[in-house]
Design a binder for this molecule. Structure first.
Ligand code: ARG
Length: 407
């Protein structure tokens, strides 16, 4: 029986070539699945073209899946809970979309009665890790194939290969940038930016071109840890993300330029534009400052970076990540309130106010004016006992830290 493979198809050069190459070299049948995670604003016309390309390459079918709301509600939402930013910066744009795609790949593999799934990643990146570890977490019986790790073709070879097989691709032999995008933002690498000293050119950015020089102020309302309204208008998380991408992006906010540590041991320079992700996380974290109890807040901060690392490393469907999700979700029960966010071109964002019906900020305790309700005398005993150990130690040492060492 001919082996059947379900390929995560993007419509680009590599995955189009992968269809034909797997048929020719491995003698398999290939079904494609194209998962829409918000990679394209004006999708419909485009998706039909992409499907035609897959069929021209020799696929037995090409299934289109609209996973935009799923991406927002099941993948961006937990990332908001965790204020997720890998290495303190990158909001995990690509890392969040891969488990969405994996879920549909496995689902389609079952529908097509396939024995394997495949992806178009090379051996140098994080995405191969995310596809393979993710697939095995959901379907330990499925094989994962990575034709681009085997074929040894350069980009120019792939273009020739597509021409030879009459696969209608738009790609040219020189491609300057490698771009991955979805609802949560865009990741851009290659070109002149492969030298980390070179300033990123303006050209590849699309979400963060300045078209509005006026300051923009908005109120983002959160309920149970998730943004639910902008300026009082409620919308789905997916729509709210899109609105922020366009309104914040128009003031130039949302760019990142970083050198990051890939899972496979390579340092890479990548630039990102993610206006909605960065604004939502900043507003959410600010609201948490107001409503989370101190110990819980500090412990959460430690676990946030672990959560981000796990997701970056392809461990979305892992027991530790799931356990951390339960912790994060529990912390979000009281993260309800409003945050005032101000954007100023080019690219500046500030949080200028926050309020919550469950704020732990207490005016009577915080104020220095006559409304002060804090019992100052209580502090005397507290501070004495708190510092007692250090005081005892210092007495034994002869207070040696009091005088600077003689030079
Ligand atoms: N470095 C990012 C990550 O590993 C993005 C990867 C895809 N980037 C790209 N420009 N194709 O999540």
């Amino acid at each position: 029986m001919t082996k059947r493979v379900v390929l995560a198809y993007s419509g680009g050069l590599d995955t189009s070539v992968a269809v034909r190459w797997m048929i020719e070299e491995w003698g398999v049948e290939v079904a494609c699945v194209l998962v829409n995670v918000g990679q394209d604003g004006d999708s419909s016309e485009n998706l039909a073209d992409i499907k035609r390309r897959a069929m021209a390459a020799g696929a037995i079918d090409c299934v289109l899946v609209d996973a935009r709301d799923e991406m927002a509600e099941e993948f961006c939402a937990p990332a908001i809970f965790a204020n997720a930013r890998y290495e303190g910066k990158y909001p995990l744009v690509s890392a969040l979309s891969r488990p969405v795609i994996v879920r549909h790949l496995v689902d389609q593999a079952r529908k097509f009665d396939a024995q394997a799934v495949a992806h178009g990643c090379t051996g140098k990146g994080n995405d191969q890790v995310r596809f393979e570890v993710g697939t095995h977490a959901l379907a330990p019986d499925l094989e994962v194939l990575a034709p681009a790790r085997n074929w040894g073709m350069t980009r120019a070879d792939s273009v020739d290969y597509a021409e030879k097989w009459d696969i209608p691709i738009k790609a040219t032999k020189e491609k300057i940038y490698s771009i991955d995008e979805n609802l949560w933002g865009r990741a851009i690498e290659c070109g002149a930016m492969e030298d980390p000293w070179v300033a990123p050119p303006d050209e590849p950015y699309t979400l963060t071109r300045v078209t509005n020089l006026e300051p923009v102020e908005m109120t983002v309302s959160f309920r149970g840890g998730l943004p639910v309204a902008v300026d009082g208008r409620e919308s789905s998380l997916g729509d709210l993300i899109q609105e922020l991408n366009s309104r914040a992006g128009a003031t130039g906010f949302g760019r990142l330029d970083m050198v990051e540590n890939r899972r496979v041991g390579i340092k890479s320079r990548e630039v990102y534009e993610c206006p909605a992700a960065l604004a939502i996380i900043a507003a959410h974290a600010d609201l948490e400052d107001l409503v989370l109890e101190r110990d819980l807040h500090h412990e959460k901060a430690r676990l946030e970076s672990r959560w981000s690392e796990l997701v970056y490393d392809g461990m979305w469907f892992s027991p530790l990540k799931e356990a951390l999700d339960a912790f994060m979700a529990d912390t979000q029960r009281h993260v309800t309130g409003d945050v005032r966010v101000r954007f100023e071109a080019p690219g500046l964002m500030r949080i200028v106010g926050r309020r919550s019906p469950v704020a732990l900020y207490d005016y009577g305790l915080a104020t220095y004016d006559a409304a002060d309700t804090f019992r100052h005398a209580d502090s005397e005993g507290f501070v004495k006992i708190y510092g007692l150990g250090v005081k005892t130690w210092a007495a034994r040492q002869g207070a040696k830290n009091a005088t600077p060492p003689a030079s």
